[in-house]
Design a protein around this ligand. Sequence first.
Ligand code: MEV
Length: 438
Amino acid sequence: MNTPVEGFSKRSKAEKIDWIAQHYTKDPEAAKRILEQYWNTDPKVQKLHDEFIENTISNYYLPFAVAPNFLINDTLYAIPMAIEESSVVAAASKAAKFWLGRGGFKTKILGTEKVGQVHFMYRGNIQTLHTFFEELKPELRKSVSDITGNMEKRGGGIKEIQLRDLNDQMEGYYQLHCTFETLDAMGANFINSCLEQFAKTLKDEAQKYEAFSEEDKNLEVVMSILSNYVPNCLVRAEVSCQVSQLDKDPVAAEEFASKFVQAVTIAKLEPYRAVTHNKGIMNGIDAVVLATGNDFRAVEAGVHAYAAKDGRYTSLTHAAVEGDTFKFWIEVPLALGTVGGLTTLHPLVKLALEILQNPSAKELMELVAVAGLAQNFAAVRSLVTTGIQKGHMKMHLLNMLNQLGATETEKQQLVEHFKYHVVTNASVKEALEKIQSQ
Ligand code: MEV
């Protein structure tokens, strides 16, 4: 039985590796070899990665790929994606190529507002609190001028500070609900620093406020934190074409448009389907968010909350046939940054941003939304035509063959073979055994 460890974070990397391998693996030498295999050969780069987090013992690789041929607002992009799922990049590239000949993707920023809140408890007279708050507002802004100075020079900063009364949800519960413009930064540190100072100023000023009773003066700050729910940091991406452009065969084109709209309608109506539909969208969104060094957990949380904003979880994309025009679009909240965080630190992130022509945060929102829309188009297109497994299993074939220990020659032979045969676990195993027995 293993015992708890004291002061683990203070140990050297070698000691940490030794400890984990000895205590938690069957073959400590083999474990150490794997960990070492994934180190960067350049000690400077490795040190950078070591210092991103605590207790780093190796690096965890994901494939870094590009999906080319994305025509977005009349500019051609190759979109970097970091993801492990075999078919995602292939699907994105296919969708990009499809829309390349049909006018490409068009995007629009609908808002860039970020949110943060100071949650506090106050049990005194509400009108007195409102009067206090009106006097407090300029003090709040003044108290963060050191933090906001640079951001304001560039056109950003605090947009609004509201007092919100949430007594009906929990007795005595109020918020300072604040909105921010953080320009090209995701803004988490900026917002949290402002909020923590707001909380301090709120407490200090309450202490001095004469109209408050002794109890009111000790109003209690519970916490101060940004919100990852950013419904007003929103971007729209869309594609459209004549229905007849969807397929060479006019009947197939109409049938495809109609089935596609039905499939999206089902995702709007039915939460079980909506979750999987949106998961496909997030395949594209997360891969670009990760490749560009952004916080995919924040994006995931915010996007799914947005998908449920009207009280029921629903599709993030929409499709319609209007007259003879097929339209497909997405609206998603995306709080992203192209400065700060990992963007100037991680060499691959820097490169990903360079490949994207060093976008502003707004431009990155547009590119990421397009990746989500493209991914959804590819998935729904497969679902309403061939089914998903055909393409998916084809892309998964190399993983299966690697797992079965196939040689390079065997892999080549079988990739050729499965161009004309259905890929399943059983059929791949059987075909490999057949080659090996010959
Ligand atoms: C698989 O990662 C994603 C899909 O299930 C999405 C969808 O069903 O729309 C193919």
